[in-house]
Design a protein around this ligand. Sequence first.
Ligand code: SF4
Length: 278
Amino acid sequence: MTCFDCPRFCKVDRSKERGFCGGKDKIVVAKVIENFKWEEPCISAEKGTLAIFFAGCNLRCSYCQNKQISHKCEGKEYSPEEFRAYLSSFDYSKYSALEFITPTHFSSLLCKVFEGFSVNTTVVWNSGGYENNQMIEKVSSFVDVFLPDFKYADATLAQKLSLAPNYFEVASQAIKTMIKCKPNIWQGQRLVQGVLIRHLVLPGQSQNSIQVLDALKNQLGAPLVSLMSQFVPIGKDFDRKILPLEYKIVLSHAQKIGLNDGYFQEMTSANDKFIPKF
Ligand code: SF4
């Protein structure tokens, strides 16, 4: 059957061939980290998540910090039944949440995993934001917290870095659907249902960031936002970190337009020790 898991609509039968994301008809896990504490405090909380890093990606950004696992779809393969059994093997009282990292291209398979099945914890969908509305509605039957990126407002930049010139339109719609499906619910300092939107500031691209922030404000009111400065140069398109002034300009704009609800990273986060070893 042709794959409709993401907006690329590759028109491939994944039981026979791979699409842009590299995914076949099995779930592929590249890495699992228990008690993963590198997410925002409302997600990681005290215990950290059970973080499952899927292999492959439907964006494959040229500067991806997880490039070793996102640009090739290799790892341990699971059928939906096998993955359900794997998820059942954990004691979820040990973690703040179950976190799926880069799950978009396995959406249909994950829907099968959660047919008549649930886990006794918050399920986090940590994605690139390049997703179908209809698929977001489907996965929201088992996802509690969406943690999408909102990377680009600039179509030329989106094409150059992620081969996705329609990223802005697609991600805007996907995030609107996430917010409709999952209004924010807090338990103390923890977000147990809702949407936290991430934006990574890129070197020399303050204007793109400002346009992204304006769109968040104009289209979504005042959503929960995480503004990140942690960019470390990887790949061919950038050869430096962001400058403190670049980040300051973007941060000041967020404050000026009233996007104050969320997280604003310190510049010290731009260090490769914050990239997990794969
Ligand atoms: S999930 Fe993969 S194969 Fe399916 S449409 Fe997207 S990129 Fe193509």
